[in-house]
Design a protein around this ligand. Structure first.
Ligand SMILES: C[S@@+](CC[C@H](N)C(=O)[O-])C[C@H]1O[C@@H](n2cnc3c(N)ncnc32)[C@H](O)[C@@H]1O
Length: 289
């Protein structure tokens, strides 16, 4: 387990995932009844962008300037993106950053927590002990929030169905293991078996198209409910190791999520482009009937 999200915090992939997550939470909150937010791969919760490129033997370029850095001061963001940036800015400010650019960046747990109502609940799973310890500290004062230092794939089955009978599940693996696509799919399939109406959002990398197509067709093979794929590419997908795009497959997306998702990734494709051949797609993998 070598993956540290710290190096990637606030990059284009985080921006897409987090903006879509904020929108999913917002749409689920159109109903008064509470829901549980399950983050199977929660990370450390917050990231200090000042150290985002440091900490291992490799000299790395920080990734956030080409991600959240490009949106930070933009007064012309569409509504859904403006909400996400407002939450990120609020977190940065409350962390004590007085500089013009961003310093403290919230991960998925803090973004969900910032929006949670008294009826909503959070369960955050993180396998890396150091990351999980950090997450525990950061979430300690958050009410109705549980941090579990466990394998999120296995834990999901134990968490569903929840008492609320409503759930938003984010599955956000690091994809460092060869079998990660298969494990993510198996976990989602079991989750769906336990809560057929749950909203599941699975993040996937676009280093090559073939694996993403395989993932989506496997999903279509077992998900009898609507599945939407939302993809963003910041340059042509080459098949090499560089991450030039990513996607979020959403099972049971809330009503009208497809429309705001299109607005979000359409805007991001223009603002976050890093080379020719980028773009976006929003497709029904399994159509809503
Ligand atoms: C992409 S990061 C998560 C980022 C976070 N969801 C966010 O958006 O802020 C993936 C995390 O999964 C953790 N991890 C890896 N395998 C895991 C597993 N089987 N169960 C739970 N966490 C795992 C890694 O330690 C890493 O912190």
């Amino acid at each position: 387990m070598n993956y540290r999200h710290q190096f990637h915090a606030g990059n284009f992939a985080d921006v897409m995932k987090h903006a879509l997550l904020v929108e999913l939470v917002r749409l689920l909150q159109r109903k008064d009844r509470g829901f549980v937010f399950v983050d199977t791969h929660a990370g450390r919760g917050r990231y200090d962008l000042a150290t985002a490129a440091a900490g291992d033997s490799l000299a790395r370029q920080p990734e956030w300037p080409e991600g959240v850095g490009r949106l930070w001061d933009d007064p012309g963001l569409p509504g859904a993106l403006a909400t996400y940036i407002a939450l990120a800015r609020e977190h940065d400010r409350s962390g004590g950053n007085l500089a013009v650019g961003p310093r403290f960046y919230p991960g998925s747990p803090l973004l969900a927590a910032a929006l949670a109502r008294s009826a909503d609940r959070l369960v955050l799973c993180e396998l890396n002990p150091m990351e999980c310890d950090a997450l525990r500290g950061i979430m300690a004062a958050t009410r109705r929030c549980e941090v579990r230092c466990v394998d999120g794939y296995l834990e999901l089955a134990a968490l569903l169905p929840p008492l609320e009978r409503r759930a938003l599940v984010l599955i956000d693996p690091p994809y460092e293991a060869q079998d990660e696509f298969a494990r993510a799919l198996a976990s989602l399939r079991e989750g769906l078996r336990r809560l057929a109406g749950g909203v599941f959002a699975l993040w996937y990398p676009l280093t090559g198209r073939a694996r993403a197509e395989d993932l989506l067709s496997a999903l279509a093979g077992f998900a009898p409910t609507p599945v939407l794929s939302v993809e963003l590419t910041i340059a042509a997908v080459s098949g090499g190791p560089r991450l030039s795009g990513c996607g979020l497959a959403v099972v049971n997306p809330p009503w009208q999520f497809d429309e705001t998702a299109r607005e979000i990734v359409g805007f991001l494709a223009r603002r976050l482009a890093q080379g020719p051949g980028g773009g976006f797609r929003v497709d029904w993998v399994v159509p809503a009937v």
